[in-house]
Design a binder for this molecule. Structure first.
Ligand code: ATP
Length: 209
């Protein structure tokens, strides 16, 4: 069976690290990748760019990439978008047998126990965890040893519940660092030039260059 990979995030703004990780996961997992920008993340600061602007930037950064899709379901909801609600909706649409995986950075995965109804997440999807400089995917809050699978191929053998560590080349980009660079009047690292032009055109981040 094929694997559907969903990549949730604030993408405020999308950077080259996001695109590199998604490309690596697409190849290693042989999967279509659906980017799902979040509307109003309950567990972090409000994004600075509007939902529409974050989606526009994603569209620009993804353009021309095969097997990349933009899924705007969380932006179209009028209440806080919890990942568990999104996964329940996807599960209902795709059926109980379809392998589904959530692509996530190691920093975010280690905080999974802070997510709304986090224990249900493993019943709904696999996790593909991208290594991130300075972070370990292991958390003292939930053991994952029995869930780990050695190859991405194994993710296609069941619908949910496994964890695959994606050993992609480390990417140092961070959206926070990019926003700070703009605020300090410095050139940001790891930003698609067309996304940077969009940021400047719309004056998105304070003191944008
Ligand atoms: P911030 O720096 O503000 O936390 P971010 O760069 O992590 O933002 P998000 O939109 O929050 O951007 O990230 C979406 C997902 O991508 C998260 O699961 C995050 O862990 C992952 N991710 C983002 N940047 C990297 C990176 N450089 N390496 C690995 N994973 C990353």
């Amino acid at each position: 069976m094929s694997l559907h990979l969903f990549y949730g995030g604030t993408f405020d703004p999308v950077h080259d690290g996001h695109i590199a990780i998604a490309s690596f996961a697409r190849r290693v997992c042989d999967a279509d990748v659906y980017f799902i920008p979040s509307a109003d993340p309950p567990h972090r600061q409000k994004p600075l760019a509007t939902a529409r602007q974050r989606a526009d930037m994603l569209r620009i950064a993804m353009s021309g990439e095969p097997r990349f899709f933009l899924d705007l379901r969380e932006l179209e909801r009028d209440k806080p978008s919890y990942s568990v609600d999104t996964l329940r909706q996807l599960r209902a649409e795709l059926g109980s047998e379809q392998p589904i995986a959530w692509l996530i950075g190691a920093d975010a995965f280690a905080q999974l126990h802070t997510w709304h109804e986090w224990e249900s997440l493993f019943d709904l999807a696999h996790f593909v965890v991208a290594v991130r400089p300075g972070y370990s995917m292991h958390s003292s809050h939930f053991p994952i040893n029995e869930r780990i699978c050695a190859s991405a191929q194994q993710l296609k053998e069941s619908a949910a519940g496994r964890v695959f560590s994606l050993q992609c080349p480390l990417r140092s980009e961070s959206a926070t660092a990019i926003r700070h660079a703009f605020a300090a009047g410095q050139a940001p690292n790891g930003l698609n030039p067309a996304v940077q032009a969009y940021i400047l055109e719309h004056g998105l981040y304070p003191k944008a260059l």
